[in-house]
Ligand binder design. Structure first.
Ligand SMILES: Cc1cc2nc3c(=O)[nH]c(=O)nc-3n(C[C@H](O)[C@H](O)[C@H](O)COP(=O)(O)OP(=O)(O)OC[C@H]3O[C@@H](n4cnc5c(N)ncnc54)[C@H](O)[C@@H]3O)c2cc1C
Length: 360
């Protein structure tokens, strides 16, 4: 059976996958992007530092800045478990921008379509074959052939784990987030509690709020943030652990963004990493396709160093808080565990090649 053939298949249509697609398309390579059908906007609450503006411009999506909100120094109720206002609401210096994710993804998808990228609204189901000649099965039962495979499926790293890579996970952490009709202050506000921390972030319309804690912790009512202690029914729960993939690249494939390394939201680095790392990943893939066989080694080395450096810094963020509860002590002493989450072999096969099961 003949299958449609592409230079690269990208699993995942978040910021990392779309940035990788833009880089590959700029190098005149054909790209097939697998991503589940569009869903409603979710309250992620993401900020970018001003240093992200060059990569936003490079990706051709500067219009997203029109929908962003400039944030002034954070109003920190942060460094002590007893709320204590730091920073100054009156300072004029802009320290970050709050990004509208829906606008970001819409602009990036438009850019990819303009450059000829091919979207397929289904999940990755399996991958088989060999570097240079992958066979990728999609959720609707199709199979495409690709010379290179990019895993941009976010934290679960669905594609790379099918190829044998392992996730190393930090201590359990979840973020429960929801939209706010209005935000109390025009900047990021963080409040530490005994078992976690609350934040509220303004957007152009309303804002988002979240509580970051260990998985089994009930929300505590913040003392100063005017947010109710419970979660509204439409709150969303996110895995917020540090994680890194080992290895994050190999012959004929690489992982980008959260799939390669994900960060505790305290680092506020994941989105910047997804945009810049995704663009770098697309270029590394293009180099590999042009015959530079060591391109993936250079890429993997840089991603691993960035991940290790950022993960090592996490306990220091928590150390700035003088909270004495178990939560704060545990966050200051984090270790990684290697976790093998490879899927079991699948009943689905094509031309004698066994695809591994979907475990989404
Ligand atoms: C609560 C919260 C707050 C955060 N705050 C910040 C912040 O302030 N600043 C910051 O920089 N970062 C922040 N982050 C991190 C940031 O959101 C992520 O780092 C960033 O979205 C990673 O982008 P990505 O493209 O790698 O992954 P994702 O955005 O997770 O995208 C993955 C894509 O893959 C798709 N997918 C999943 N499985 C499959 C499959 N099997 N087949 C095909 N497609 C699949 C998904 O649908 C999705 O489209 C925060 C994260 C959370 C959860």
């Amino acid at each position: 059976m003949t299958h449609p053939c592409f230079d690269a298949v990208i699993a995942g249509g978040g910021p990392a996958g779309l940035a990788a697609a833009i880089a590959l398309l700029e190098r005149r390579l054909s790209v097939f992007i697998l991503r589940p059908p569009a869903v409603h906007p979710t309250p992620r609450a993401e900020m970018l530092p001003p240093a992200a503006e060059p990569i936003i411009a490079r990706l051709g999506i500067a219009d997203v800045l029109e929908q962003a909100v400039a944030l002034h120094p954070a109003l920190g109720l942060w460094p002590t478990a007893q709320p204590e206002v730091l920073g100054h609401a009156s300072a004029q210096q802009r320290t970050a921008i709050s990004i509208d994710r829906y606008a970001l993804i819409t602009l990036m998808e438009r850019r990819v379509k303009e450059k000829g990228g091919h979207f397929h609204p289904h999940r990755l189901r399996g991958i088989a074959g060999a570097p240079g000649n992958w066979l990728v099965a999609t959720g609707d039962g199709q199979v495409v052939r690709a010379r290179f495979a990019v895993d941009a499926t976010g934290r679960p790293a669905h594609l790379a784990r099918r190829l044998g890579a392992q996730l190393c996970l930090g201590a359990t952490l979840v973020a429960r987030t929801f939209f706010l009709p209005a935000t109390p202050w025009p900047q990021l506000v963080i409040e530490a509690t005994a078992n976690g921390w609350w934040y509220a972030l303004p957007m152009q319309q309303g804002g988002t709020a979240g509580f970051v804690s260990e998985a089994d912790t009930l929300p505590e009512k913040p003392a100063l943030l005017p947010i109710p202690g419970g979660f509204p029914p439409r709150a969303k729960t996110w895995d917020a652990r540090n994680s890194r993939l080992s290895p994050c690249a190999g012959p004929g494939w690489l992982a980008a963004g959260d799939a390669a390394a994900a960060f505790d939201p305290v680092a506020s680095q994941g989105l910047f990493n997804a945009l810049s790392g995704g663009f770098f990943a697309g270029n590394a893939a293009a180099d590999a396709l042009a015959g530079e066989h060591h391109a993936f080694i250079v890429y993997a080395d840089l991603v691993a160093r960035t991940a290790v450096r950022t993960h090592r810094a996490t306990p220091h963020h928590y150390a700035t808080a003088r909270g004495q509860s178990g939560f704060w002590h545990r966050r200051r002493a984090q270790a990684f565990s290697a976790q093998s989450e490879r899927p079991t072999p699948s009943p689905f096969s094509e031309q004698g090649l066994v695809f591994q099961a979907n475990f989404n």
